[in-house]
Structures are given as C-alpha cells and as structure tokens.
Design a protein around this ligand. Sequence first.
Ligand code: GLU
Length: 420
Amino acid sequence: MSKNYNNCLSQLRKIKNIIQLKGKNSRDREAVYEEMEVLEKPQKIIQVSLPVRMDDGTLKVFEGIRVQHSDIRGPFKGGIRFHPKVNIDEVKSLAFWMTIKSAVVDIPYGGGKGGITVNPKELSQTELERLSRTYIRKMSNDIGPDKDIPAPDVYTNPQTMAWFMDEYSNIKGKNIPGVVTGKPIEIGGSLGRDKATAQGGYFVFENIKKKINLRDKVEVAIHGFGNAGANFAKIASDNGHKVVAISDSKGTVFNKNGLNINELMEYKRQNGSVVGFPNSEKIKWEELLTLKVDLLVPAALEGTITKEIALGVKAKVILELANGPITPEADEIIDKNNILVIPDVLANAGGVVVSYFEWVQNLRSYYWDEEKVRTQLYNKMNKATDVVWRAKEEYKENMRTAAYIAAFLELSKSLKVRGI
Ligand code: GLU
C-alpha cells in the first residue's frame, strides 16, 4: 500500500486516539474502538479491463476501478474520474473520503469511488462513449440505485453520466435513472447539480466567515477553473467578492483590482484557457497559492499544496473545493501558522448533497424547482458546518480533525446498531 491510503489510515488512528482520550462521554469514548478497525479496509475493490475499439480500427485496453469503501450508512456513493494517474491507491483514498463526506453532511450513503486510467483529452467523443459504456457493462452487477451510485468527478461530466445511465438501463431492460447522479436535466438530472459543489462551498464559507469575523467582502484566489473552480469564481464575484487570481492547467492570471469573471468564462470558452485574458497579468501558479488574500480556494487535483508551498501560504482561510489538495506535511505547517482550513469533506460536499437530492427525485419521479434545491442545500451545508464547528470547539482540534470526529461518531452509531 503506498503513501496515499496510508495517510487515510494514520488519520483514522489519530481520530480514534483523540476520541478515546477526549470523548465527552463514555459512549463516545468506547464507540469508536472496534468500529474504526472495520473502516480501515474497503469492503470491496473491483478491477476490470476495458477493451475499446478506437476510431482508426485499432484496439486499446484500459484499466477500470471501483472501490466500495463502506455502505454502513447507505449505498456506496461517489464519482468516477477519467485521468492518466488513476490507480487503486488513489481511488481507495477517494472512496474513504466519500464515506466521511456523506457522514459529515448526514446523507444516507456510504462511500465509493471509481476511475479509468486514461487521458480523456486524447480520445474522441465516440471513443469516450465506447469506453464509458464498456466500464458500465463490466460494473453492472456491482452498481445500482440501492447498491452503488456513481457520479461525475475529474474529467467526467453529465454526458458521461448519460452514457452510463443509458447502458445500465439497456442491460436491465428498463429505465433506471437513479443508478447515477449528475445526469443531464433531460434524463432525470437535478436542477442546481452543475454548480452544487461550488454553491455548497460558498454557503460553508459564508457561515464560517461570520464565525471568525472575517470582513464582509473578501479577496479570493482560485486554483483550478473546472466545474468547481469556475462556478465558485462566478458565485463569489456575483456576491461582491473580489477574485484576484485564477489558474487552469495551462496558466494563471492575476489582477489586483479583481478579474471580470463573466468575461473570463467567455474568454476560456473561446480560447480553451484563461491564459492571455486581457486586463490580467500572467503569474506562476505557485504565486497564486502564496498570495496575501483572505480566501484561497484549491479547486484542482490532490496534493497541490506541498510542504514547500505551504511555507509561503499567506491566505487567512483555505476552502478545499478539490479532494485532498493539501498534503499531510503541508497541512501541519498550515495548521501551525494558524490558517483556517475548511476541509474537503465539508467544503466540497455540496456536490454529493445535490446528488442525493437528484437520486431522491429519481426514486420518486417528482422533480423539484431550483429554489427548493438551493434551500435544501443551504440547510444541509449550514447544519453540517455548525456540527463540525461544535466538534472543533468541544475537542479543541482543527476543522479537519473535527469533521472526522463528527463523521466517525455518526458511523460508529450505525455500526453499533447494525452489529459487526
Ligand atoms: N465526485 C464528487 C465528490 O467527490 C461528487 C460525488 C457524488 O456526487 O456522488 O464529492
């Protein structure tokens, strides 16, 4: 087992010790003992080979993975990513984080994650479609609306989910929209799902901002301009905050007076990158991460903020819209420097929360308007933020540790009554 999942295990053991030491009553202190052991290993790991005919007639064989970490609180739930670096160890960590995330926001799901080791930018749409359909065919016995429900993640999108849903429905001989979430609206997607991760993160930030008396309108730097980063930039600027720097995989733009986000989004649509945006200065992405801003939002991949970068971080608050953007070594430094980190398992949980709403709508065949989705998301995110904050104060730990404590206490209750 390489470094990544080992970090999850260390985190798990650390939490176990803290709860045993500081648990506010004997039920909490004892609750976590055996339950923690159960969570150390994913329940099931599925690995499949995916032979796909390329447009030029050649055959390529890709590797597909699904890790089902825990279904103690409900069906496995979590995204599927298409990325050249996808590997078992990474997917195990991501699946573990989904278990925590669902418990933090109190939705009736466990945790899972999947992926295909592929660079999707090198495939045509028709090749991607064949790859997606092959993946679902191979996984069709292990997924399902009451078993395991995939969703979008890095480099997968509503179109990918439409192919998944269609293929699965074909296999089962009937329409089953609840097998995946993050679908296009036309086939059972939920209004508000596209910007849910960013919107949820924004609600959490606004709540925390009041708790720590941060100024009302803040300066923001965002690393990553995909679904989460771009929508967050738009929501923040629509709410009067000043977004001074943004990066995508090709480069970083900066304007100390604030970037015009609507124009930047249009510019990216036309040019494929933020680089070269008029009225902006080009800076290095490392500089973005160490800008003196109120809020830093890592919204790209894991492990972006390393130890070296952490030493220079000057933001007051970090909102982790990406999963695992801060390495454990960097996390320690940032914590020592009293920078408040709003952890991924809370900060980016808006995505899976609206996935849950989508699934509920699919199961009922009754669809909500956007206002209802927004209000319910607001309530869920605020409640979860308050629960984590209370744990932070009770246990005198940082927000990440507090979120894990809150999640483990929930998970252990479910394990206890189900029996091990
Ligand atoms: N991939 C997203 C995440 O990491 C969404 C998962 C979901 O909606 O199931 O939270």
